[in-house]
Design a protein around this ligand. Sequence first.
Ligand code: ADP
Ligand code: MG
Ligand code: MG
Length: 267
Amino acid sequence: QLATENFSKENILGKGGFGEVFKAILDDKSIVAVKKIEVEYAKAKEEFENEVKLICNVHHRNLLRLLGWSSEESHLLLVLEYMPNGSLDRFLWGPRRGTLNWKQRYDIIFGIARGLAHLHNEFHVKIIHRDIKSSNILLDHDFQPKIADFGLARFHPEDKSHVSTKFAGTLGYTAPEYALRGILSDKVDTFSFGIVILEIISGRRCTDMNSDKPSMDYLLEHAWKLYENKKHFDFIDETLDVNQNQEQHLMQIIEIALLCTQSPVSK
Ligand code: ADP
Ligand code: MG
Ligand code: MG
């Protein structure tokens, strides 16, 4: 059903670990995003099947819908809802840096929270995304966020206590107990969400480890300082004009972010 001209260079929406994502137009003129995964990677097939299995039953306005899939000889295709504003990172430090206002950032944070709550609470087993980060949050035409990229998602280990699994995810966003000891639970996503919140309000990226750019530690340290004595407003994205009324909301959001990164098993 998908013509090959849809997969030309000018239609590329993004690149990932195992392939590319294209904007494509279907016969009925509707626009979709097609994630093309090269099968030469054995792991890619595993992630593809995983992504299909996990998200085909998930329906929520803050979780990216899977519309269809196909498995060809040389590649695998996932047909996804098209998100015209692309990924959140573009608006924080990417080409459209500084264009999100306070209200939009606020709504994005709570939209992600609703999507995560659905994943963690609405099924008979919890779904853990394992790769929550700004490049996996996509924005709709009205900047409503949708959580995307379920390639690493897992069902919560049957045994509700601490089950060790091999680490997967993105360093900088990963909960310490998981990165260091392989302890997997839904708290792993909550931790990453806390880091994403700090990225949204600071406009800084947690995975930059150069000395002149911030890391996760930098974000956490500044969020704590701001929370404790309100003297570090320079940590807030300088393109964001926060008035006195909004300052109170900001402090509440920072408190939420700090709570997310305080999972009891972290220590
Ligand atoms: P990977 O698993 O390789 O990281 P993603 O699913 O995260 O792949 O997609 C990679 C990038 O492609 C995203 O960060 C985003 O910029 C773009 N992208 C992915 N899906 C869509 C979509 N449905 N609409 C618009 N852009 C998308
Ligand atoms: Mg991704
Ligand atoms: Mg992926």
